[in-house]
Write a protein that binds this ligand. Structure first.
Ligand code: DP6
Length: 390
């Protein structure tokens, strides 16, 4: 009788938000970037992907279900991840004939986010990191997170940074085959554990240009971008690593804001131009400037990815000042933690700014720096191979 045993493994993986931005590919096929980048991994208590990977001879071909919907796995990125992970498992099987030949079995993957997809938060980073980590667990690969980041990078560039918690660098590398373009840890979350993030989820009227095509248009048409990759980013990488190592928030904040501005300036310098920020995004920048001006020092930093949502980094000791300034007029939107109502802030935001934010912000997420992927006994696929209905 054929062995129809179902093998399975589960993991969670976090979202990360870059403070030195990845924007531009030097090799779209291998997903190699034009510059290095740095991110902060956010807590999985608030934002995480849970993925179960399983394999069995009883499955009918490879499949992937995301948030209850069958997902197309024929794309080159998902195929590259499957192929590389299977090759690593096959190498283990070749070295030890007692191992079951999992590399030859169909894969069934089921994945869920604990945050609404409608929030418009980039979930591809957590998604591909979880996919790669879950299959690596299933195959009992001994590869380090950095080695696995080489695979996750081919799913989505920013995903390579979600294989670690804390403060993470993606080193661009210079080899043509991409074997040195991988993530590594700058500092554990515990090194600077009081980093917090407030995410203002902004209502978007239309769909943004996807990051993959947006960055390729920038590479092809922006002159400013050449200066960014040759001078701006290399300098910011040094400053940001130093700021993290020294736990120097003002330096961390200034580089974070300059990086966001530089990336969005390059988007605007793309021909035709790409605009990710809207009126509410720009109002949030003014709000952060007002907070810093009234505090008399830099206690908050804004950053934006390929969309209008604002991520504001600050330290726990400044939570009342920063969170209170926004909660005062955004108390009606969902997502606040109970403590936000008690946050007393001396900061008064100008009325016109508060008004635009009130109209434009749909919900908030309060979170902070967090840990990398974690193995879990929570399964989205049952022992018999059936998808768990939730
Ligand atoms: C603006 O990782 O989504 O968030 O590699 O094409 O999948 P692909 O791009 P993706 O780009 C993210 C860009 C960014 C900045 C960043 O996360 O560094």
């Amino acid at each position: 009788m054929a062995d129809n045993k179902v093998y399975r493994a589960s993991t969670t993986a976090p979202v990360n938000i870059a403070v030195v931005k990845y924007w531009g590919k030097r090799d779209p096929k291998l997903n190699l970037p034009t510059n290095s980048s740095i991110s902060v991994t956010l807590s999985q208590a608030d934002l995480r992907t849970l993925t179960t990977a399983s394999c069995s001879a009883s499955f009918d071909g490879d499949s992937l279900t995301l948030n209850g919907q069958a997902s197309d796995i024929s794309g080159a990125r998902t195929q590259a991840c499957f192929r590389e992970l299977r090759a690593r498992r096959a190498a283990l099987e070749a070295a030890d004939s007692s191992l079951p030949k999992l590399s030859t079995l169909p894969l069934k993957i089921v994945s869920e986010n604990n945050f609404p997809t409608a929030a418009g938060l980039a979930s591809s980073a957590a998604g591909f990191a979880a996919l790669v980590r879950a299959i690596a667990n299933l195959y009992e690969l001994t590869d380090s997170p950095s080695e696995l980041s080489l695979i996750a990078r081919q799913g989505s560039g920013s995903a390579c940074r979600s294989l670690f918690g804390g403060y993470v660098a993606w080193r661009m590398g210079d080899k043509a085959d991409g074997t040195d373009s991988k993530a590594d840890l700058i500092s554990e979350a515990s090194h600077w554990p009081n980093m917090r993030a407030l995410i203002l989820v902004v209502n978007a009227a239309k769909k943004d240009v996807p990051s993959t095509s947006g960055m390729q248009q920038t590479v092809a048409t922006s002159g400013l971008f050449q200066q960014r990759i040759s001078q701006v980013v290399p300098a910011n990488m040094i400053l940001m690593e130093e700021a993290i190592r020294k736990k120097d928030f003002p330096q961390f904040a200034e580089v974070t804001m300059r990086e966001s501005n530089s990336f969005h300036a390059c988007a605007a310098d793309t021909y035709p131009p790409i605009f990710y920020m809207n009126d509410a995004s720009r109002a949030a920048i003014r709000a952060v400037e007002a907070i810093n001006a009234q505090a008399g020092k830099t206690i908050a930093a804004y950053t934006y990815d390929a969309g209008p949502n604002c991520v504001i980094y600050f330290l726990e000791e400044d939570e009342a000042t920063v969170v209170g300034a926004f909660h005062r007029f955004l108390s009606g939107v969902s997502g606040w933690k109970a403590s936000a109502a008690e946050a007393k802030s001396s900061v008064e935001l100008p009325e016109n700014i508060a008004g635009i934010l009130k109209d434009g912000v749909g919900r908030v997420i309060q979170t902070g720096v967090g840990e990398g992927p974690e193995k879990t006994d929570e399964f989205l696929i049952a022992e018999d191979g059936q998808t768990v209905q939730r």
